[in-house]
Design a binder for this molecule. Sequence first.
Ligand SMILES: *[C@@H]1O[C@H](CO)[C@@H](O)[C@H](O)[C@H]1NC(C)=O
Ligand SMILES: *[C@@H]1O[C@H](CO)[C@@H](O)[C@H](O)[C@H]1NC(C)=O
Ligand SMILES: *[C@@H]1O[C@H](CO)[C@@H](O)[C@H](O)[C@H]1NC(C)=O
Ligand SMILES: *[C@@H]1O[C@H](CO)[C@@H](O)[C@H](O)[C@H]1NC(C)=O
Ligand SMILES: *[C@@H]1O[C@H](CO)[C@@H](O)[C@H](O)[C@H]1NC(C)=O
Ligand SMILES: *[C@@H]1O[C@H](CO)[C@@H](O)[C@H](O)[C@H]1NC(C)=O
Ligand SMILES: *[C@@H]1O[C@H](CO)[C@@H](O)[C@H](O)[C@H]1NC(C)=O
Ligand SMILES: *[C@@H]1O[C@H](CO)[C@@H](O)[C@H](O)[C@H]1NC(C)=O
Ligand SMILES: *[C@@H]1O[C@H](CO)[C@@H](O)[C@H](O)[C@H]1NC(C)=O
Ligand SMILES: *[C@@H]1O[C@H](CO)[C@@H](O)[C@H](O)[C@H]1NC(C)=O
Ligand SMILES: *[C@@H]1O[C@H](CO)[C@@H](O)[C@H](O)[C@H]1NC(C)=O
Ligand SMILES: CC(=O)N[C@H]1CO[C@H](CO)[C@@H](O)[C@@H]1O
Ligand SMILES: [Cu+2]
Length: 595
Amino acid sequence: MKGLLAIAACALGTSASCASRIEDAHNRTFSLGTLQAARLPKFLTNNPLPGGTPWGKVDPATVNPKNPPTTGVTRKYDFTISRGELAPDGYLKKSGILINGQFPGPTIEANWGDMIEVNVHNNISGPSEGTALHWHGLLQKGSAWYDGVPSVSQCPIAPGASFKYTFQADVFGSSWYHSHYSAQAAGGLFGPLVVYGPSHVDYDEDVGPIMLADWFHKDYFDIVKNIMSTNSTLWANPSDNTLINGRNPYNCSLVTNGNPCGAGSYSTFKFTTGKTYKLRLINSGAAGMQYFSIDGQTLQIVAIDLTDIKPYNTSIVTLGVGQRSDVLFTPKAVNGTKAIWMRTLQSGKYCQRAANPKGQAIILLDDAKNTTIPTTTAYPPPVDDGTCKNDPLEDSVPYYAETLPEPSVTYQITVNSIVNSTGHELYTMNGSPFKADYNSPLLELAYEKNTSYTEHPEWNVLNFGTNSSVRIVIWNNSSGPHPMHIHGHDMWMLYDGSDKWDGTTVVNPQNPQRRDTHNLRPNGWMVMQYNTDNPGVWPFHCHIAWHLSMGMYVNLMERSEEVDQSVIPGVMAQTCDAWNEYSSTHVVDQIDSGL
Ligand SMILES: *[C@@H]1O[C@H](CO)[C@@H](O)[C@H](O)[C@H]1NC(C)=O
Ligand SMILES: *[C@@H]1O[C@H](CO)[C@@H](O)[C@H](O)[C@H]1NC(C)=O
Ligand SMILES: *[C@@H]1O[C@H](CO)[C@@H](O)[C@H](O)[C@H]1NC(C)=O
Ligand SMILES: *[C@@H]1O[C@H](CO)[C@@H](O)[C@H](O)[C@H]1NC(C)=O
Ligand SMILES: *[C@@H]1O[C@H](CO)[C@@H](O)[C@H](O)[C@H]1NC(C)=O
Ligand SMILES: *[C@@H]1O[C@H](CO)[C@@H](O)[C@H](O)[C@H]1NC(C)=O
Ligand SMILES: *[C@@H]1O[C@H](CO)[C@@H](O)[C@H](O)[C@H]1NC(C)=O
Ligand SMILES: *[C@@H]1O[C@H](CO)[C@@H](O)[C@H](O)[C@H]1NC(C)=O
Ligand SMILES: *[C@@H]1O[C@H](CO)[C@@H](O)[C@H](O)[C@H]1NC(C)=O
Ligand SMILES: *[C@@H]1O[C@H](CO)[C@@H](O)[C@H](O)[C@H]1NC(C)=O
Ligand SMILES: *[C@@H]1O[C@H](CO)[C@@H](O)[C@H](O)[C@H]1NC(C)=O
Ligand SMILES: CC(=O)N[C@H]1CO[C@H](CO)[C@@H](O)[C@@H]1O
Ligand SMILES: [Cu+2]
């Protein structure tokens, strides 16, 4: 009763109880965006190996980043996932999904080669939901069971149940983890993941993750209901704001529905002129592409996703959802001022809809007072040119070179946006929208040599058998951009264009770009290739939460006969038993593809 009265009194942050409720929800936004945030180390020091680092003194150009050392160290984390109120921009979104009461979740850190153990407890209630966490970009070689995708590697973790993920930090660099259950990640269920490894560049300080994200004031499931409805006026769901490390004040006078709104705050960074900083940029959003810049500064891109590259300079860093870039910069005063805006602009005009596409954060140099609000202007200004494409493939040359083999199979996928006969808007890949069966994980079927997937076209399984290297040509016959993400691999990016691929030309054929997510441009083409060195069933999908809900997803089945026959972790069966029990006694509201 007391709670109800407080809610009734809580409009536009006017009452004292309301202000503290907003502040409490705002405070869930973690410390990364504050002046108290600690810098990251070059590596974690509590490890037993010689040479001062777990990897010794190595030249990264000669070390295969996908061949990790064995450190014998395990980094352990305990995550309880629950609902909670969130107000990262001051607007009180009624409920989000939090990890240990935080949004975004805690930063996972490990050295290259360490084991990571995350014990996840599903405490989501009111209503209850399944969940599962995916570790974006990690290869999971030999540990496909821990990739965290419901219906593929595991059954969802049932409400009240726990699941311990155990996998190696098998590549190094900047990444993130997120829920892969429906569009839960858009409700806040994600966090940064940093793996320290050999460095090919020098810098003074590691500022750590800078998460760039669109933000929606509606609950994620209400948006899923809208996009999966047959009422086409509900299909467009523009984001409400753009956050940098979970912050960016909302203009509360724009609130017309009486919902609570109070003072938001900017993320703030303090730097010293002349020092060189490493920023780990991550697009952790649901839909919007981001153009990142710092007024009047040069940025040097040194890694894309988990691939170190030969550094190049730019003033704007482009990131589709799920993409990362490590950036070095050496701050300088601009026009004599030492308070400068950091910006991220959502490509909101053409690529995704955004009501407020501009995210800003404060940079204070040297002795600039920590209460100063910058007055710098965007220079050079980011341009939302409507192409919704990544930077040219030519620009990113991997620091560790890999030779591209001849593909043993070339396969074409056409993407279409359709409305099915019952009036639902869906995305198809080669004619079929994906729909998950939470109770029947494909990896387990592969393990059991059960080929029933051939009777289920909606599972979108592409079986490439024992082909050694698979080239996939994708034609986007839709007007939306699609950040395509592959699990279990990085992919060579061979072509990206609006014209049809000529069938032979490859960009930088001696050492093509490699990454785990590439933005397929509207009505464009991309060509990628990967080696089948990782037996399993690997998702390949659009990372826009709503497009994935609408079915833009395929499973790449790889050497299924060789899926490790020696170990099937006992927790897999327990998790499915608990889920089968839960789903036989509760309605599972799977109105979307499930992922
Ligand atoms: C929110 O955080 C600030 C700064 O840490 C603190 O002073 C304040 O008491 C917190 N408010 C609530 C309601 O927890
Ligand atoms: C579980 O969730 C409930 C309400 O959603 C919350 O009150 C409780 O603190 C949570 N438990 C843990 C251990 O986080
Ligand atoms: C479709 O949604 C709009 C906007 O909420 C609403 O005004 C309209 O009545 C809905 N149409 C139907 C057929 O439900
Ligand atoms: C906030 O929105 C109101 C209403 O549109 C507008 O008048 C005001 O200038 C905005 N304030 C800021 C700081 O942008
Ligand atoms: C890149 O930018 C840095 C910092 O402004 C500068 O020192 C360096 O010369 C630039 N490199 C190139 C190739 O322009
Ligand atoms: C801001 O600066 C003042 C005075 O220099 C200091 O007392 C205060 O702790 C600083 N606040 C933060 C958040 O660092
Ligand atoms: C610096 O000043 C010039 C001249 O007023 C202006 O055009 C430019 O935008 C300013 N640069 C920044 C980053 O604010
Ligand atoms: C259209 O798609 C929706 C959402 O997946 C599904 O529920 C419905 O059954 C489909 N209609 C037909 C005729 O397949
Ligand atoms: C194969 O898997 C399906 C579920 O897709 C199941 O119904 C069937 O019983 C399984 N077949 C065997 C032989 O286990
Ligand atoms: C290679 O992949 C194609 C396309 O899926 C398949 O038809 C063929 O059987 C595969 N070849 C081998 C050797 O597995
Ligand atoms: C491409 O999309 C158009 C509709 O815009 C459709 O008519 C055409 O059949 C599609 N082509 C393919 C190959 O799917
Ligand atoms: C829905 C959509 O984007 N359709 C496009 C498919 O591709 C053709 C040819 O590129 C365009 O003319 C359509 O507009
Ligand atoms: Cu998409």
